[in-house]
Design a protein around this ligand. Sequence first.
Ligand SMILES: Nc1nc2c(ncn2[C@@H]2O[C@H](COP(=O)(O)OP(=O)(O)OP(=O)(O)O)[C@@H](O)[C@H]2O)c(=O)[nH]1
Ligand SMILES: [Mg+2]
Length: 408
Amino acid sequence: MELSPVSGTGNSASRSRSSSVSLPPLLSSQFTSSRTDQKKAKAISDAIDRSLRADKEQRQKEGGIKLLILGPSETGKTTVLKQLKLLYGRRGLDYERETYRRIVHLNVMKAIQTLAEALEEADISLEHPENTAHLETIMRLDATLKRFSITSIGFTNPAIPRKITDAKAETDMFTEMVPAIKALWADAGIQTIFKTCTQLCIQDSAKYFLDAIDRIAHPEYVPMDDDILQARVRTLAVTEHVFPIDNVVYRIYDVGGQKSLRKYWAPYFDDVNAIIFMAALSAYDQPCEDDPGLNRLHECLILFNQIANHKLFELTSMILFLNKIDVFQRKLDSGSLVSMYFPDYQGPNDYYNTTIFFQHRFLQQCKDLQKQVYTHFTHATDTNQMRVIVVAVNAIVQRLNLRTSGLL
Ligand SMILES: Nc1nc2c(ncn2[C@@H]2O[C@H](COP(=O)(O)OP(=O)(O)OP(=O)(O)O)[C@@H](O)[C@H]2O)c(=O)[nH]1
Ligand SMILES: [Mg+2]
């Protein structure tokens, strides 16, 4: 992983309270083709550097807490941010409801397409042979879904040109697919694949959305808060969000966790009061999406090692969210053995012992034995659980912040 500072990744000019700002990470690579382009890129980069500096000065003037949410892709960073919006934002998730309608449609299509592919690969037959035509329809979805690839919510990725007609085309495509999606999800062959292939790289929300297909396919469908929490959209650009929590202003940064995006994190590493590092415990039996030879949780431990021992974070409060405990528990219940993927674990395959094992594995990464890492076992899509956890995290962060600034 590269965590070297880069310029040209910030844009704070339009930052406002309780809102997010897109900090496109791909600008510098886009403008390298000609001299003029390079000049333009430099001007943009300088402007962004200036605005980052201005941001820093303003932060120092206003006080408050700067908190980064870091971790690999699909660990639940944006989900935690959505919970904060629900719990502390002025309008909850209302701003995003319309956009998420399309995202949910795309998530449903992606989920059934992953299951269809897995069925073909596993050589398992459909329960009803007449569903073969539906299977073929869904298998043809792959290229189309790629065309409609979606990026950080509410912001277009400058690297992916979008047509204005995309939204309508997506809705039409989804409506056409609904009969095939329903028939396949009800087929015992697909259900077998879903239940037996626990290490399949399928969205965690697949069952949630496929079970709700009738509601989602309704022409008047508007996503509920839970749908938005379950929806999956990759974060590409770093976004900043400002929330007052318990009378303290928090500046929270959500980053893209994919390996290729981590080099854009570094410009945000200055003056960080707290980090929430997210790991998905349920990933213990999954390969990395961008490096299939590597186990996801092993890779996450390596990343945590780099963050926890980073010299800029010596005084930063470190909070570890061992997330997706619901999916983790389900995997254990289905008989999936932790020792198959972590051979040094020889204890019982139950929730209590395995979670303690993983917590130790993370804490062992800290070279500074004095460094306190506050661990929480989280289910980020569960608003009730997150409400309690956010209160606990806020209390810790504020206490440590006072101590670091010498006021306690
Ligand atoms: N079942 C379950 N699903 C979760 C949990 N936390 C997050 N998810 C789901 O996991 C998926 C990925 O979550 P995100 O928050 O988008 O992950 P991310 O870390 O922001 O990923 P990147 O933006 O790619 O870095 C979403 O569909 C979430 O609804 C959890 O605790 N349990
Ligand atoms: Mg995200």
